[in-house]
Design a binder for this molecule. Structure first.
Ligand code: CUA
Length: 185
C-alpha cells in the first residue's frame, strides 16, 4: 500500500502505520520544534524583533503627557492628510516621546535624532489602530486603554512614513503620518 492510493483493506485504521507516513510525521514534528525554538532564540539573538511593554492607562492621562511634550518641544507645524495643522516635536534625546493614534490621525509628528535612544509611547484614543513604520519592518497594534512602550534607536536620518495598518473605519486610508529623523546634534 502506498500513502497516495486508497487503502486496499477497508479496515484501514487497524493496519500498522506505514514507514513513509511515520517518517513524514517525524520530519514535521522535528521541523515544528525547530521553528518553535527559533522564536525565543531570534527574540534574544536577532536584532529585529520588538520587545515592547504594555501598561494600562487612560486616554486623559496619556493626552496630558503628550500635550506636555508638545508644549515644551514643538518646533513647527505641518499640514496633515486631513488638512489639520499638526505640531512637529523635537524632544530631547534619550527621553520619553509620545504618539497618539486616533480617528484618523497620528498626533503629533515626531522628529528624532539618529543614533539616539528613545522610549516611544503609543496609545489609541478610540479603537484599534496599527502602527506601521515604513520602510522599516516595525509593526505594532495600538489599543485603547493600553500604553505601549518601545525602546527605539533610529539608525539613519530621513523621513519615514507611519501608516495605520488596522482597518479603523471610513478614513482609515488617510491615517498616515511621518516620522522625521535628523542627524545627531
Ligand atoms: Cu487607524 Cu486604520
Amino acid at each position: 500500500m502506498s500513502a497516495i492510493q486508497p487503502p486496499a483493506n477497508r479496515l484501514w485504521w487497524k493496519e500498522p502505520i506505514e514507514r513513509i507516513e511515520i517518517t513524514w510525521v517525524l520530519i514535521a514534528f522535528v521541523w515544528s520544534m525547530v521553528l518553535f525554538f527559533m522564536m525565543p532564540y531570534w527574540h534574544v539573538f536577532g536584532s529585529q524583533n520588538l520587545a515592547n511593554e504594555a501598561y494600562k492607562n487612560t486616554p486623559e492621562k496619556f493626552t496630558a503627557k503628550t500635550q506636555e511634550m508638545v508644549d515644551k518641544y514643538k518646533v513647527r507645524e505641518e499640514t496633515g492628510l486631513n488638512d489639520q495643522k499638526i505640531p512637529v516635536v523635537h524632544p530631547p534625546a534619550g527621553g520619553d516621546v509620545y504618539l497618539i493614534a486616533r480617528l484618523w490621525q497620528w498626533w503629533p509628528i515626531l522628529e528624532l535624532e539618529a543614533g539616539q535612544t528613545y522610549r516611544l509611547h503609543l496609545m489609541s484614543m478610540d479603537w484599534l489602530h496599527g502602527f506601521s513604520l515604513q520602510p522599516e519592518n516595525i509593526n505594532i497594534e495600538v489599543h485603547p486603554n493600553y500604553e505601549h512602550v518601545l525602546t527605539v534607536q533610529p539608525t539613519k536620518a530621513g523621513t519615514y512614513s507611519i501608516i495605520c495598518n488596522e482597518y479603523c473605519g471610513l478614513n482609515h486610508h488617510t491615517m498616515a503620518s511621518r516620522l522625521f529623523v535628523t542627524e545627531k546634534k
